[in-house]
Ligand binder design. Sequence first.
Ligand code: 1GP
Length: 247
Amino acid sequence: MNVIDQLLDTISKKGAAYATLIDPDKKNDTTIESSVAAANESDVDALFVGGSLMMDGRYTERVKRIKDAARIPVIFFPGGVGQLNSHYDAMLFMSVISGRNPHYLIGEQVIAAPVVKDLGIETIATGYMILDGGAGSTVEFMSGTRPIPMNRPDIAVAHALAGQYLGMELIYLEAGSGAKKPVEVDIIKQVNEAVDIPLIVGGGIRTPTAAAERVAAGAAIIVTGTVIEKNLSLMKEFADAIHWKKL
Ligand code: 1GP
């Protein structure tokens, strides 16, 4: 089964899926194997792998270490075309549809596409929407785009619908890694009512309760990164809160 079908199957069986973000940056060099082992053991459904910045030349080597240790799908969550390599099971083939920067709407994708074809990576078309999480996130800076204000569900709904009509398989509502405030429950509700495709929600989700509230509002996939880096044992609590349909 390909990775998108596995995710959709998980969403239908468990109510929602849980992905842990591992940034293969040098700051995580010593914790990669323990993070992946904890995810394997904690009912995490997928690893998202990527980051906005690469601070040394050993990124690909770390992705290989993640893949070698993982017993769940390793999904590339791209910060840029330079992070492409053969160690991913699939990738979010994303366009930053909340922004008006042509490089991140289509430029990176054109550079990446022939390499993706050559490597044979499964692509999952994803409309990526950056919302204002209050922390001036790295992704806002690196994409050179202005985030959607958190008090404008109408703007978020219009973008998500446009993403669906453009053929996206998923919509990603991103408050930014380390956001002060995660994506508002009300925005998730309104976007979920408007579109028919699954919503990924991430950025600033720090507690299993906050994750469960977002699933109840319509999130199909929850992503956590920062909070897990600090406390691996939280993964199981997040997984239990997100998987509301008990098998
Ligand atoms: C995934 O960028 C997020 O969408 C991860 O955010 O690091 O705040 O969990 P945190």
